[in-house]
Design a protein around this ligand. Structure first.
Ligand SMILES: [Cu+2]
Length: 167
């Protein structure tokens, strides 16, 4: 009688052991699945972040104007409709003139303090924007080399010129 009970106890103990092993196995499977899910979610999140960045790059090209320089937020952009935002961080008025040209930015012919515009392929220009103000200029650009300048007298010669590439 006594040995029968102890055999039963042993069987129960073995049963409990195998159940707990099973539980351990399945719980580690769950963890694996959860990890996989987390990895997939992270990958999706980084894909979303990457496409978000791509959208930003296709957004406006901010060109900061100061005395006396023009600094675009990017060196190049994709062909098509491009919006330049002239952000005048300076104290005096500045403008943005977009010129299609393979010439070096500082090599334009000048007369009376300004770059000679006759014969230049001027794609677009802003008005003269007061210090602290901004103005958008949207133009359709083909792939090629461009020069961005401010052609208020003396500004081009003093350094307000920079190359820009459209691909
Ligand atoms: Cu200027």
């Amino acid at each position: 009688m006594k040995s029968r009970w102890s055999r039963l106890a042993l069987l129960l103990a073995l049963g409990a052991l195998s159940l707990s092993l099973l539980a351990a196995c399945s719980s580690s499977d769950d963890e694996g699945a959860a990890e996989e899910e987390a990895t997939t979610a992270a990958a999706e999140a980084s894909e979303t972040a990457a496409s978000g960045e791509a959208e930003e790059m296709a957004g406006p090209v901010v060109v900061e104007a100061t005395e006396f320089a023009l600094a675009p937020s990017v060196e190049k952009t994709a062909a098509g409709e491009v919006t330049f935002t002239l952000d005048n961080k300076g104290a005096i008025p500045h403008e943005l003139v977009v010129i299609r040209s393979d010439a070096a930015p500082d090599s334009l012919e000048t007369a009376q303090g300004i770059a000679v515009e006759d014969g230049l392929d001027i794609v677009g220009r802003t008005s003269q924007v007061a210090g602290g103000a901004t103005e958008d200029l949207t133009v359709n650009l083909e792939a090629g080399n461009y020069i961005l300048i401010c052609n208020i007298p003396a500004h081009y010669e003093t350094g307000m010129r920079v190359g820009f590439t459209v691909e």
